[in-house]
Ligand binder design. Sequence first.
Ligand code: ADP
Length: 625
Amino acid sequence: MTIETTKETLGFESEVNQLLHLVINSMYSNREIFLRELISNSADAADKLRFAALTDDGLFEGDTELKITVDFSEKLKTITVRDNGIGMSREEAVEHLGTIAKSGTKEFFGSLSGDAQQDSQLIGQFGVGFYAAYIVADKVVVTSRRAGRSEDEGVRWESDGQGEFTVESVKRKKRGTEVVLHLKDDAAEFANGYRLRDVVKRYSDHIATQIEMPKEGEGETGYEAVNTATALWTRNKKDISDDEYKAFYKHIAHDFEDPASWIHTKSEGKLEYTTVFFIPSRAPFDLFDRQARHGVKLYVQRVFIMDDADQLLPNYLRFVRGIVDSNDLPLNVSREILQHNKAIDSIRAGSIKKILSAIEAIAKGDEYGAFWKNFGRVLKEGVVEDPSNQKQLVKLLRFVTTISEGDDAEVSIEDYVDRMIEGQESIYYLTAETLPTARHSPHLEVFREKNIEVLLLCDPVDEWVTTHLSDFEGKPLKSILHGELDLPGGKPKEDAEDVDEDKSEDHEELVGRIKNVLGDTVKDVRSTARLTTSPACLVSDDTDMSANLERILKASGQELPDSKRILEVNPTHPLVKHMDLESEESKFANWAHILFEQALLAEGGKLDDPAAFVNRMNDMLLKIS
Ligand code: ADP
């Protein structure tokens, strides 16, 4: 392999160009965050070196005092952020500073609106990292050498942020990275000691690696520490201010916004560990990306071990950010070891409990609506994924129901149970593709009439939740699209005199005739009392999957045989009565087909042959007129 030594000019990946354009054009209001982002990268680089040196202490090259230096020149209008962390090779500089390797990138670019103010909020959520330098600089020069490599393997990376960058190999004695920002004229004010110290104090005080700046004052030379440089979580809770927690969150989560809440706990006893968990105020872009990274960092005895420690929390808590610092794990712990480790199992179980309790606390307040909008769908996965905490999780779920107002999910299962009518044994629910389809479903007619509340479930994940949740405190969950109904309070009240008689019979002859016409298209035909205003609806057998689940599975590419449904007809409906009197078999057949097809349409289903349906309808309409 030949190592490239000459100077190359390369183009940024197109997403980087887009991001740079956004950074330059829409991040005026909060410019000083550039420093937090660069210091955060340097702190990560120090953490990575400490970790790598656990197995190869030669990487320290005799210099174990890791630090970050923030320097500036008022005259040259430059700011320099320097670290002696892990550093970058030439290939790494090209890769890391020329492309975006982040899950959620596609979603992020897809969500941009073109409106600078709106988009700047989204970039904040996405996190711009290194590229934040271009908020204040019109030229950035990065010089770096990877720890452990020879002095000849340094790299110099330079770009004005306008589509291209150059890289060349340089000699570099010191390991680590130096980022020099050549400030734009309107950002020259930042090349000032007081200004920079203030920004460092505000945003980066919690950084566990020492940050140094030139001493202030006449005739002073040399550098001095400007941050506390102790890991935040090792400090006493009551000595940590809210602002410090918020700043720490922004560093570990790469989020620009404040977290919604946090929990900081120390466990002592058999296992000693500290956790700080944050609940973000907004969902990250990659919340539903299967490759999405988890947000918990693992430390062992204050040494950073790994990002994205997915064994520490279950998948359904992937939106939680934070750190776990354990005293009981070996320093050389690997992802494989984490998978079969008793200490990790108990840390995980303890952490879940803490987080669920924190969510319970949020659920008591007004902010729960916002939480639920962001993370509700993910939390629902927990009902399936985590049977041991199912009971606690179910209470945290919120639903739209036939009684709740508006489209926000606000009803808890406990609210529902409190409102159950006399004699009601089950919790009823209906799944559908969309809320309007659910709300207008003919299956709800009898429930409305009897004033029985029904949960309206329209997330794909609801289908799994309901198959894994058989009951709540002894009250079975029952789909109103399945099986025969056995509702409290007898049959629905009927107004017309002739209806009584109609409902008391099974209408065998009519049902038999419809069955004859529809044949294999349906599993069965029967008369029903569940409808009041619709002529017919489709239901599934108790053991069959719902039509909605079948649709979801088919949409995800699974091959499934078409399951047959049961057609239930409302013998009191004028259309059905009219049909019953129809003696001409071909006309009756048309009615029967239309009845079936209408029922399918009403639940949001798709007709196999829509044109035939239209022809049939037109035929009938012409006969009426
Ligand atoms: P992020 O930090 O979110 O991964 P950035 O754009 O800030 O994204 O940085 C991209 C990558 O560049 C980092 O993940 C890291 O690998 C590398 N990098 C940036 N700054 C440094 C640094 N000071 N030392 C070593 N590597 C760095």
